[in-house]
Design a protein around this ligand. Sequence first.
Ligand code: NI
Length: 198
Amino acid sequence: MSRIFFIALAAVVFVGAVIGGKAFFLNDPSRIKTVGTVNIGGPFSLVDHTGKAVTEKDYAGKYMLIYFGYTFCPDVCPTSLSIMGEALDMLTPEQLDNVVPIFVTVDPERDTSEVLAGYVPHFHEKMVGLTGAMKDIKAAAKVFKVFFAKANEDDPDGIYTMDHGSTTYLMGPEGTYAAHFSHGTPSKMMADKLAEFL
Ligand code: NI
């Protein structure tokens, strides 16, 4: 065997191993679950817009499409929730039956169950609004890795806003992460993605 041939053969075997290994790596589903950013979701204990105490167990068996925000939000939340509502309207009745859209307030001081009850139906008839004690909101935001903080606290009129993360999460029937949508995802794109799961 000539030296050149041997080197060429070794190169082919090496490249083949790399490509094969990469394909295996990308196709191995167990790899995906170990990615840190996908470790989202978990237990929560809140109150829905009808005043009923709920936990994540109340939604087990269904997908949860979940977003954190506040009703006083001038722009980002109404946009996100409108997109969510539009996407839900693109689903079949069977698909829609398999998902619970949830809006969790990060501003429980103003967003009582009553306030949420007057807000969430504007975006979708199925939408659930969740509020609760600030410590419980903080705990829920923590498991979903959603940042939020009060802003403009020194406003002379006492009108504060909330800074908050604007990612929408799709959680599977067992409460584990399925997909997420960054702010501004077109509703059709969201609907198509939802349809893959529901
Ligand atoms: Ni907002």
